[in-house]
Design a protein around this ligand. Sequence first.
Ligand SMILES: [Zn+2]
Length: 428
Amino acid sequence: MFVNKNMRKTLIKIVALIVFAVGGWWSAASGQNARFDDWFTGGTLRVDCLREGSAMGDTVWVENWVYRPGGWFGSRTQMIDPFDNGDYRVEMRDAATGRVLYSRGYSNLFREYKDTPEGKTTSKQFQETLLLPRPKGKVLIALQKRDKETLKLFDQTVASFDPEVDELVPCFMITTATPDVPEPAVAYEIHGDPSVKLDVAFVMQGFDDDTLYYQSVCRRMAEGFFKNEPFRSHRNDFNLYFIRGNVGAEYNTFGSDRYLMTLKLWSLHWWLYDTPADHIIIVVNNKKYGGGAIYNFYSVTSLDEMAEYVLPHELGHGIGGLADEYVDEDLSYADIHRTSYEPLEPNITNLVDFQSKWQSMLPEGTPVPTPDIDVPRKENGPLGVYEGAGYSAKGVYRPVMHCMMRDYAPFCPVCRQRLEDIFKLYTR
Ligand SMILES: [Zn+2]
């Protein structure tokens, strides 16, 4: 076990209130970014949660919290998440007024588990870790999820957190399985202060020593990261860190051979206990094809010869919250976007509310939907509304014939735009 139970008992002073009320007045005061210095100390509060359930329902609760020893590495001006994306959202609210001080959308592995054959009937626990700006005063931490039908967010659990009551606890004190503090990550490519850069932490699994081979893999990953637009021309917006750590990433997640993920979120964040990590990429030292990524959760790649293509595609999910633009009707959730509500992801549409998507970017006279045309595999082709996306062959549409999110072509203009908008969330 990662957490020492006795210590945990004495440390946890969070009262979790399960509230199933529809999120309403809490969020009413949101929208305006709180002044960082008025509300936050400059440190980081790490909150470990457990989510338990199946397709029939789930609950989530705060299991543990710690102050990370270092500072707050996220933005100090962009406290409110402007994107309505991710299946879940965390909000930190001022306890006295309900004002939203900080928010971020994200997704998780449970979201996928519940659609698997096992997840339809069998309840299972999943770890989640949230990195939040450390508050000066009493706050509420609301974990929100989306209503299945309307995709609207509602409060699933609210925990109250009072910094006055608790002592500072550096997080390495609560580990027992791996009691030593990990080696600090290597600051590999630094372009500026972490609070105005998108900090990417590469966790290198299965590399025991700092060999020439290890160094060559780090180089390959760093160059691969910046190989594609819009990453290439935004190189100065990023800091890259590398650390060796075994974080339990395994193939065959949910029975899919190439789906390479870890369930050990708390362990993953323990390895990064003091490393700036707006996004985490796990690199598994294995030549077998595989990878995966979840929005604002983490991305994974192996080292097979396709890694240069797999990594940017997965970053599209992990950093951009982009949908797959390919068709795979064999998937059990292939019809996930054929609904009466517009999907959340910016790069697919079911035409329920196309105005909210890339309609304004279309050249005048573009037919909607747009008939397929012949375009070389490595090119986007003209912007349009092409049928076949988000796993469905029918009823879901994508912006171009070929995109990184479909078949490893360059990111299309819609995907590029969202990625650049997200970069701004970290660099201002
Ligand atoms: Zn795209």
